[in-house]
Design a protein around this ligand. Structure first.
Ligand SMILES: NC(=O)c1ccc[n+]([C@@H]2O[C@H](COP(=O)([O-])OP(=O)(O)OC[C@H]3O[C@@H](n4cnc5c(N)ncnc54)[C@H](OP(=O)(O)O)[C@@H]3O)[C@@H](O)[C@H]2O)c1
Length: 164
């Protein structure tokens, strides 16, 4: 049975992925920030192991894959659907907001992937949601687009490293 970790399972995209994977017979481990949504069996399959995490705890993000592998007995796939959008012209965005966008959209997903690389079984795969902003950068979203683009660039290099 394919073992999958879904990070951001409490969100719309992560929830859809978790439910679809579970329906297709995968064993799924769920990670999310919101305890209520993570525990809610009407949103997410009730028989999956669950773990809370926060994007600001980068070591905790990096530890999710090992937790999932121990919970499921192995780890074949990781889905990362963590993110937060941010709007505003560059001069109107304050530094804490920029730090938040970079942490949630780039540093946390990178930490999850970094932690998963040594844990995945041979032939494993990782899917990370970035966004259309990477290919078409709209005005009024410079910091969000920069965070997603940083993530996309990092993933492209890591993908090449792993395939090589
Ligand atoms: N939906 C779209 O149309 C769309 C389009 C392009 C790109 N995207 C990208 O796809 C990803 C998911 O989108 P979505 O629509 O599913 O968004 P969503 O419903 O808002 O879900 C966002 C997820 O990120 C998690 N998250 C946010 N801040 C966090 C933090 N500080 N620590 C840990 N987790 C945190 C949320 O956790 P909690 O819910 O537990 O707080 C949730 O699981 C995002 O990266 C988004 O930018 C979405």
């Amino acid at each position: 049975m394919t073992a999958v970790l879904v990070v951001g399972a409490t969100g719309m995209v992560g929830g859809l992925a978790a439910r679809a994977l579970h329906r297709q017979g995968a064993s799924v481990a769920l990670a999310g920030r919101n305890a209520e949504r993570l525990a809610d069996p009407s949103r997410l399959p009730g028989d999956c192991p669950r773990r809370l995490f926060d994007a600001y705890d980068l070591d905790g993000c990096a530890a999710l894959a090992l937790w999932a592998a121990r919970s499921l007995g192995r780890l074949d796939r990781v889905v990362v659907a963590v993110g937060v959008a941010g709007f505003g012209r560059a001069e109107s965005v304050d530094e804490p907001a920029v730090e938040h966008l970079m942490t949630v959209n780039a540093l946390a997903p990178m930490a999850v992937v970094r932690g998963a690389l040594p844990v995945l079984e041979a032939g494993g795969a990782i899917g990370v949601v970035t966004g259309a902003v990477v290919d078409a950068t709209p005005m009024g979203m410079a910091d969000y687009a920069a965070a997603k683009t940083a993530l996309a660039t990092w993933l492209a290099v890591v993908g090449r490293e792993q395939r090589a």
